[in-house]
Design a binder for this molecule. Structure first.
Ligand SMILES: C[C@@](O)(CCO)CC(=O)[O-]
Length: 316
């Protein structure tokens, strides 16, 4: 049984703290960004052709470019699961997420595709199955993923997440506004993950000290978010940025925008996601200050900015 059309949705995510250290078993906190959306739509075709329509590629599934190999592997696994290898369809991916900017574009794409296939074949989908299937794509695209991106881009709630566990919804009580800025430079998550692994091999004492420190900052930050301690949150964010820089995953463009944010009223600022480009964010106490900072960051080279209040019951 298939429908004429199957639809799946997902959204962007922002890692507040714990990127990279989460790969090594430390906790992380990530926030969904439901306003930045992605939709996957499967439409039935009368031929056996399986076509992909997206901003990067339009054509047959079999000829997807190498950068989309994870997506190809995922779709092949889904076709096999539903014995739909001979079915003809067009899969359209419409995304508001900038790709390779630390906002979880690849995981959000995987989540929406899995949901669209289950909708198309009229099967119910539980969360563990959704995340397990999304991991097929993330394993190829990121290598050794923690699962954090997929868990957050499919969640309506902020998550306190430990690799291998489901993730706990995090209650937040914080009066603050987040400004997110895109450096305009593609992030390099896979390379950054590989380089952290290399540092663990070459200098385990230093690497593990920073990874463990990131974990302890995340445990503290959980309390700061619940008790509206914006000042302490800011100090912890700055300290996390120092750890990430020491692990080698920041870069000049990120450092520049982070310095601009700190010089213009941010309580704390750091990179978010895989690093080596992509996005940073800053925490401001007022919405007015956030709007001001967003335009200053643009004057200093940010390609795009987003403003997200953090005081709406935790979901931004
Ligand atoms: C760098 C990393 O921690 C986050 C990428 O958004 C990788 C992962 O968790 O899989």
């Amino acid at each position: 049984m298939v429908k004429q059309q199957g639809i799946g949705t997902s959204h962007a995510k922002i890692i507040l703290m714990g990127e990279h250290s989460v790969v090594y078993g430390q906790p992380a906190i990530a926030l969904p960004l439901p306003s930045v959306k992605l939709t996957a739509t499967i439409e039935q075709r009368q031929t056996h052709e399986q076509l992909i329509a997206s901003r990067y590629y339009n054509g047959p599934l079999s000829q997807l470019p190498a950068a989309m190999r994870g997506i190809q592997k995922l779709i092949e696994a889904l076709c096999q699961r539903f014995a739909g290898e001979q079915d003809g369809w067009r899969l359209t991916i419409a995304s508001e997420l900038p790709a390779e900017r630390g906002m979880g574009s690849s995981a959000a794409t995987a989540i929406a595709i899995v949901r669209a296939f289950f909708d198309y074949y009229e099967k119910s989908l539980d969360r563990p199955t959704l995340l397990k299937l999304a991991d097929i794509e993330e394993e190829v695209t990121h290598r050794s993923p923690s699962g954090l991106d997929a868990a957050t881009s499919s969640s309506a709630q902020p998550l306190y997440y430990v690799k291998g566990q489901a993730g706990q919804a995090l209650e937040m009580n914080l009066t603050a506004t987040m400004v997110i800025a895109d450096t305009g430079v593609k992030g390099a998550t896979k390379e950054a993950i590989t380089d952290v692994q290399a540092l663990i091999q070459s200098d385990p004492a230093t690497a593990n000290r920073h990874i463990e420190h990131l974990g302890s900052l995340v445990r503290d930050v959980r309390g700061f978010l619940q008790n509206n301690e914006v000042g302490k949150l800011g100090v912890a964010l700055d300290a996390a940025q120092d750890d990430l820089a020491a692990l080698g995953v920041s870069n000049d463009q990120l450092d520049h925008l982070i310095a601009v944010a700190r010089a213009n009223g941010a309580r704390g600022a750091k990179l978010t996601g895989g690093g080596r480009g992509g996005c940073m964010f800053a925490i401001m106490e007022t919405a007015l200050g956030a709007r001001r900072l967003a335009s200053i960051l643009k004057e200093h080279g940010a390609a795009q900015t987003w403003i997200q209040p953090l005081d709406q019951g935790g979901t931004i």
